[in-house]
Design a protein around this ligand. Structure first.
Ligand SMILES: [Zn+2]
Length: 217
């Protein structure tokens, strides 16, 4: 990881993904200019679903580059910036976070080993540190390695992720009667995160909110 990081550092020097300014990956001006927070109520889908909040549109190069940087190079720095942005958004959202837990959408263990990390888990951990909200990446498990969603048509994406998650056998009391913040990097059709939320419902949380960095494809 360290070696790769140094290599990437020489290929891609630290520059804002928006304006190219050096020594910062998401400069405050670009964050302010590109923030397009959207809140959608999901109460009509399930009685214990709350809201879906996303920070911006994936088609906007600023968010697209931020997500790419998260996966392939400046994980820690981008995750720091995103966690600070999410903390601000959570402070604005009218959510009761007294008994809350952040759960990142998991990668399949094989893919996580290949990549070395789950970017959603890294962001979750950082939000947890800033907002003093619990987080746990062992409660929701990815069962099988699904093919990349982008290779499927809209309809097939739903079939592709069906039954792809399961819940841990233990520690589900961490979810019961809690407010769950389920976090993913990009939310396209919502199929993945909705399936995960449906599964988490079985552990009887008080409410489930969904958080995404970017929306759309
Ligand atoms: Zn900038």
């Amino acid at each position: 990881m360290k070696k790769n990081h140094l290599l990437l550092d020489t290929i891609f020097p630290h520059q804002c993904v928006g304006c190219g300014k050096y020594d910062v990956l998401m400069c405050p001006d670009c964050v302010a200019k590109n923030m397009a927070v959207e809140t959608i109520s999901l109460k009509d889908k399930q009685p214990n679903f709350g809201d879906l909040i996303t920070l911006g549109e994936y088609r906007n190069p600023f968010w697209r580059k931020a997500v790419a940087a998260l996966k392939f190079s400046y994980l820690t720095e981008i995750a720091d910036s995103l966690a600070i942005i999410f903390a601000g958004v959570l402070a604005q959202a009218n959510w009761d976070l007294n008994q809350a837990i952040i759960i990142p959408i998991p990668l399949h263990k094989t893919r996580e080993r290949e990549r070395g990390f789950n970017q959603s888990a890294v962001i979750s951990e950082k939000i947890s540190a800033i907002c003093h909200i619990a987080w746990d990446d062992n409660l929701l498990i990815k069962n099988k390695k699904t093919k990349s969603q982008t290779t499927f048509s809209h309809q097939k994406r739903f079939a592709n992720i069906a039954s792809s998650f399961s819940l841990a056998n233990t520690n589900l009391d961490k979810i019961k009667n809690k407010t769950v913040l389920l976090l993913d990097d990009v939310i396209t059709t919502g199929a993945t995160i909705t399936e995960a939320a449906n599964l988490i419902s079985q552990a009887q949380p008080r409410l489930i909110h969904l958080l995404g960095v970017a929306r759309g494809s």
